[in-house]
Design a protein around this ligand. Sequence first.
Ligand SMILES: Nc1ncnc2c1ncn2[C@@H]1O[C@H](COP(=O)(O)OP(=O)(O)OP(=O)(O)O)[C@@H](O)[C@H]1O
Ligand SMILES: [Mg+2]
Length: 225
Amino acid sequence: MFESIKLSELDRTNCGILRKATSTRPYVWQIEESQVRAVVKDFSRNGFFYRNIVGRFLVWRESKAYKRLEEVKNVPTLYRTIGGIALVLEAIDGKDMGNRAAKNMEFSENFFHEIREIVKEVHRHGVVHCDLKAAPNTLVDNEGHPHIIDWAACMCYEEFRIFPLNLIYKRFIKDDLLSILKLQLKRAPGTVSQEDADMLHTRSRTERIIRAIRNTLRVFLQRIA
Ligand SMILES: Nc1ncnc2c1ncn2[C@@H]1O[C@H](COP(=O)(O)OP(=O)(O)OP(=O)(O)O)[C@@H](O)[C@H]1O
Ligand SMILES: [Mg+2]
């Protein structure tokens, strides 16, 4: 499917632009073939170095995740990659949670329960997302169900199998679930239990302390470097 696409012609064929490229982000196009819609994440128009080094790396990472998660429901299907610099993905009809229209939507407790179930299934397949805090990475379809996209920052279990990396991997798993809770607290605060809200609060205090130590260390290292 979508075998005949030419990246260089995407702006001339009648497809839509979901997002224009910036110096560090790809174009996101919307295309259609035989009444099937797809989204193309396309680094071909980014600068030479970004396209060939970062772009290729991100497309490789993301395609690896999509292939692994082929069987996970509510993760879009990867139709194909093009020249190592673009991904062609199943288009989800709806909007992302960062979208202005989605900002006024009301989200139920069940919606976040569904996200957790998807993400736990993803974890069982040996992948952690690592960027669920960003609302635009969760799409809401027209029936109100969530879909998870943007796997460029993901980590795979095998890369972190050996001690002490396995501890970091466990932490990433926790962070994925905490990111969902943070999103829930922001978008549907009434559905978060007091216990979970308190836990997040205590955790952000701990995070602030860790960040302060890290910043002091950085200044110290810069001085001695
Ligand atoms: N499969 C899809 N179906 C529908 N819309 C999509 C799909 N993939 C991406 N989009 C839209 O394009 C936007 C950007 O996609 P994505 O997050 O994958 O790109 P990105 O370059 O990694 O973005 P960012 O750097 O902002 O996280 C999404 O927020 C969403 O609005
Ligand atoms: Mg994104």
